[in-house]
Design a protein around this ligand. Structure first.
Ligand SMILES: CC(C)(COP(=O)(O)OP(=O)(O)OC[C@H]1O[C@@H](n2cnc3c(N)ncnc32)[C@H](O)[C@@H]1OP(=O)(O)O)[C@@H](O)C(=O)NCCC(=O)NCCS
Length: 192
């Protein structure tokens, strides 16, 4: 199964492709966007080109999963991802995916990250048959945590990873949020 094209009331979500590289370069070139990611600084074009190839490769790992580029009225706003777990402590790859999102700063606080994420969760459970979707971020990444909570995910744990160059706030650890298929169905049944 190849990656689906998805739609919400405002966003068209299309599988990431080479056409989107310039948008990724703009996104990862903003230090505010990158504040809690990687080594916490803006990436160069050359660095993003390497990440871009890695992002495209995600779609080959598990059918249906991958990165989606999001467009509102034809304009790129950011990307969303569903990818299989990579670390042993994240649990089995079977039936699980990790959710992520990254938006251009000018599109923050308009409900777009949560709108796109809700559709990826629906797609994951309803169309791809996933049983659990989780997300991770630094404990200090307030915006990302608020987005996870807004879409019905619950805080599961706070944990610590070893970093070569820890970012400010990494002493407070990382957080995992998650929603199971059963929780999602229950939310939907009561119209939440
Ligand atoms: C995290 C991010 C995607 C959120 O995008 P967004 O489109 O602004 O989020 P939304 O508008 O959908 O907001 C979702 C919820 O989070 C809240 N929120 C968003 N940014 C917030 C902030 N800075 N502080 C507090 N709450 C915030 C919103 O109020 C909303 O909550 P509500 O539904 O209860 O009102 C965006 O800030 C971003 O791209 N950050 C940089 C990349 C990043 O850190 N990605 C996550 C990595 S794990």
């Amino acid at each position: 199964m190849s990656q689906a094209i998805l739609r919400t009331s405002r966003i068209q979500l299309v599988p990431l492709s080479d056409e989107h590289l310039e948008h990724e370069i703009e996104l990862d070139g903003d230090p505010e966007v990158m504040r809690y990611l990687g080594d916490g600084r803006a990436r160069t074009r050359e660095e993003v080109e390497i990440f871009h190839r890695g992002r495209l490769a995600v779609a080959n790992r598990v059918p249906g999963l991958g990165f989606w580029a999001g467009f509102v009225s034809g304009r790129f706003v950011g990307w969303w991802i569903l990818e299989p777990p990579e670390r042993a402590d994240q649990g089995p790859a079977e039936g699980q995916a990790e959710l992520g999102y990254r938006l251009l700063r000018r599109h923050w606080r308009r409900g777009l990250a949560s709108e796109g994420a809700r559709e990826l969760i629906r797609h994951g459970f309803e169309d791809l048959g996933l049983t659990r979707i989780f997300a991770e971020t630094m404990a200090v990444n307030t915006a990302s945590r608020a987005t996870m909570a807004a879409i019905g995910m619950q805080h599961i744990r706070t944990f610590h990873l070893e970093w070569d160059e820890p970012l400010p706030g990494s002493d407070l650890g990382e957080v995992e949020y998650a929603i199971t298929r059963q929780q999602w169905l229950a939310h939907r049944a009561v119209g939440a």
